[in-house]
Design a protein around this ligand. Structure first.
Ligand code: ADP
Length: 269
C-alpha cells in the first residue's frame, strides 16, 4: 500500500513541475490490521463464556429455580466460565504490561536453576495426573539478569504446555524432558515432549495472540491462546531467543536462550 501526494511546483525561470511523494503504508496497515484482529479475537473469547454465564443465570431464575440438583451443576459450570474469563483478563493484562516495558531490560540476578527446580516440583502432580514422567536435568548455579516473576511465567507456560499437549494417546506413559544448561555466555532452557507434535505450517504462527492448532483442545485444557505470545514477549524483553522445533507425530521442543549474568553484574549479588 502506498499513499501518494502531488504538489505543483512553479519557480520563476523554470518550467512548471509536479512533486510526487510516495509513502509506504504496508507496515502501518499490517499493524492496524493486527490491532483490529486482536480486539475482535479478545472480544470473541470473552463473549463466549459471558453468553454461557448469562444463559445459566436466566435458567436459574426461570425453569431451574426449584431444582436443587440442577442448581448445583449449573453453578459449577458458571464458576468454570467465570474462572476462564478471569484467566483471559489476567493474560491480557500481563501481555499489555510486558509490551509497555519491552524496551526496559530487567536486571535482577535470577537463579534459573532454583527457579526451574521449584516450578517442576510444583507441576509434578499435574504431570503425574496426566500420566507423564518428568525427566529433569539442571546445571547448577545458572544465573541470568532478569525479572523473576516473568521468567517463572516462561518456565511455567512451557512446562504446562508440554503436560497439556505432550501425550500422544490417552493410554501408555509419556515422558517430558526439562533441561537447563549453559553454553559460552548463554543459558539454554529446553522443554521437550513426545506427544503428537506440531505440523510445520503452524510453527511460525504459534506465538501470535490467540493462535491455536486445535482451539477445542486448548479451551478444554483451560488455555487462553495467549501463553506463547506472553512467553515470546518476556524472552524478547530479556534479550533472549525462543525457538520451536517439532516434527508432526514426534513431539515438540521449545528452547529459550538467555544471556547469562556477566561478571561485572555480579557485584550486586
Ligand atoms: P494455549 O492457551 O492454547 O495453550 P499457547 O499460546 O500456550 O496457548 O499455545 C498455543 C498453541 O500451541 C496451543 O493451543 C497448542 O495448539 C500449541 N502447542 C503449544 N505447546 C504445544 C506442545 N508442546 N505440543 C503441541 N502443541 C502445542
Amino acid at each position: 500500500w502506498f499513499e501518494a501526494h502531488l504538489a505543483p511546483l512553479r519557480l520563476d525561470g523554470y518550467e512548471p513541475a509536479v512533486i510526487i511523494s510516495l509513502r509506504d503504508l504496508t507496515e502501518a496497515r499490517r499493524v492496524e490490521r493486527m490491532r483490529v484482529d486482536f480486539i475482535a479475537n479478545a472480544s470473541h473469547e470473552l463473549r463466549t463464556p459471558l453468553a454461557s454465564l448469562l444463559g445459566f443465570v436466566e435458567t436459574l431464575q426461570g425453569p431451574a429455580r426449584d431444582d436443587a440438583k440442577a442448581r448445583e451443576r449449573f453453578l459449577g459450570i458458571m464458576r468454570e466460565q467465570a474462572q476462564r474469563m478471569a484467566r483471559l483478563v489476567d493474560d491480557l493484562l500481563s501481555l499489555s504490561r510486558i509490551e509497555q516495558h519491552l524496551h526496559l531490560r530487567p536486571d535482577t540476578p535470577v537463579d534459573l536453576t532454583m527457579l526451574v527446580a521449584h516450578i517442576c516440583d510444583t507441576l509434578a502432580p499435574m504431570a503425574e495426573e496426566s500420566g507423564l514422567v518428568m525427566e529433569i536435568e539442571l546445571a547448577p548455579n545458572v544465573i541470568v539478569p532478569g525479572d523473576r516473576d516473568e521468567l517463572a511465567r516462561v518456565v511455567e507456560n512451557l512446562v504446562e504446555n508440554a503436560i497439556k499437549y505432550g501425550r500422544s494417546s490417552d493410554d501408555g506413559e509419556g515422558r517430558i524432558e526439562v533441561s537447563l544448561r549453559t553454553c559460552s555466555a548463554a543459558a539454554i532452557f529446553t522443554v521437550r515432549d513426545h506427544g503428537p507434535g506440531i505440523a510445520s505450517e503452524h510453527i511460525p504462527r504459534l506465538t501470535e495472540r490467540f493462535y491455536r492448532v486445535d482451539a477445542g483442545k486448548s479451551r478444554s485444557k483451560g488455555g487462553t491462546g495467549l501463553g506463547l505470545a506472553i512467553v515470546k514477549h518476556i524472552v524478547l524483553r530479556h534479550r533472549g531467543k525462543l525457538s520451536i522445533d517439532s516434527i508432526s507425530g514426534s513431539g515438540a521442543a521449545f528452547r529459550v536462550v538467555l544471556p547469562l549474568l556477566q561478571p561485572d553484574q555480579i557485584e550486586g549479588l
